[in-house]
Design a protein. Sequence first.
Length: 283
Amino acid sequence: MSTVADRLEMYAIKLSDPACPTCRGLGLVFDPQGGGRKTGDFELCKCLASRVKAPEPPYEYYDETRNCIVPCPAKPARHAIERIRRLTEAARIPPRYMGNYLGPAMDQAEQKGDESTLMALDNAMGTISSFGKGDAYGLFLHGPPGSGKTHLACMVLNEIIRLYRKPALFAKVHRDVLSKVKSTFNTNSELYGEGRRIEEELAEIPVLVIDDLGVKAMTGFESQLIYDIIDSRYDYNRLTIITSNDPMDSFKEIAQGRVTSRLREMCREVFLDSPDHRLTHAL
């Protein structure tokens, strides 16, 4: 019977011995209190830390038996940790959701017999593992305010960065998409003339969370912009996760129904009705 770790890490990048019971071949582990950071940090697994020959960059040492400079056995894992830190910072994940991962959440939900949370976590886990084999089928997470939609979306981002080291981005729909693009038309804005670049970034980044997408009070320009971004991500075969208070069918009147049509092709719809503290406690 496969474990949560088995499912999550099936296609992950392996940098050490797969037989290691701690890291299962990842070569690194997450310490919630690590690095003096409130959000925790990654460190070498003991299976690699015991083999370190060069603890400082460029992580190379002189091998007397081979009479040449060779890389430290832990060099790839150290570079992976550095990349995870860079990608996490660039992803703009809200600090309260950084360092949250699916494994501990699933374990706690199973102990409590919380079927609703388990179902949501299982769908997220399926998206993460399938991403590793090149599948870009995303998630449309909807439910009432405070049900844990944003929290779950950010856990998916954290896992994809941890396991695959791929660029990802968290974007609030009004602050980081609509208002940002509109500001590019203002000649006094630092972003003046940058609209196309912003749209291309949102379209091309491998993993994108569009948070708090709503139906109400969306202008024609805004609905067309949202459609263009979603449609471009569909064309690029990019993984997209959307959170909303509204179910997918609520968007059928936007952009002549094209938004809903694309979302159905790109995302699995998941309803969350648990208070967010149940996800929080599961961590």
